[in-house]
Design a protein around this ligand. Sequence first.
Ligand code: PMP
Length: 351
Amino acid sequence: MMKPSIPPRYHSPQIAVDVRLNTNESPWPPPQGFSERLATEMSRIQWNRYPDREAVALREALAARHGIDVSNVFCSNGSNESIQLLLAAYGGPGRSATVFSPTYALHSHLCRLSGTAVEEHWRGDDFALTANIVKSAASADKADVIFLSMPNNPTGTMDDPSVVDAALSGRSLVVVDEAYGEFGSLPSLASRASAENLAVVRTFSKAWAMAGLRLGYTVAGSSVVSEMFERALPYHLDVVKQAAGHAALAFEDEMQDRVAKIRRERERVLAALRELAVTAWDSAANFVLFRPATIDAVSVWNGLVERSVLVRDLSGQEGLVDCLRVTIGAPAENDRFLGALAEVLASGGER
Ligand code: PMP
């Protein structure tokens, strides 16, 4: 049997280092109170029974948080699964999706895996997307799906909300990826998601500090949510995930405190990078994109790894020549990164 051709894998290397700043995780775990509450919930779980197939309690809690109806919420194994299911429903062979690069590479990767054609357009100066760029792409492509990432990974750019209106004016399903939404200053688009062609994708992996849990969700019109349910495996969301997501929502204040600390650190790291004469772009997320002026990105990445600091090398991605991305960590981790980078730059790349 002939094997179908599969696009190259998408991954960031997992290397054992002291300071891991390559996958935009939270440097701190959820609070102790969360673990205690979850332990109590765990002691009540009926392990011999299948989980609630529709995850109603968790979806209701999320609906209440966003002031929407439970029929507008779908929970998934990480937000990536939401994107995969949206493409299973609205993409596929004979259909296409529009992306605005440079952006989260997994959107196009999942398109290719699902047989959806990718129409690639480019962000404007300093990676900003404008309503005009979106409008002309939408009318040229007439794609089935349009991906927006707000804030955008890996550039950190927060686009003007007018780009969403421009995308929504056509007939495409507009998928707004808000994986980093909490780190910006604009409200979530989830409150608008009863619009039938908008799907807002969110995650517990970043601001909620639960990347290990693999829990995400989509807020969308109820017909979109039904399409996702139809394509999900039976009982796709296990009992632990449902209980943990529900328990986490009781610790919103702690989440907001973590986010505030990361935002402060982000501004400090940005200022320090600029002092090192490195180009660094403003960010509304928990990471910063930067380009060292004097040394190529691969040498910088290697120099940092030698000093036990791991960041993401993006220089192989089109439009991101010599760019790297650093996740904002705890203050001491950020200091380690900045110190190591200063050394690498001073050494001129020599090792
Ligand atoms: N969207 C974006 C823009 C991301 O950067 C990521 C994670 N890197 C995800 C979605 C996936 O997150 P999850 O862990 O919820 O699958």
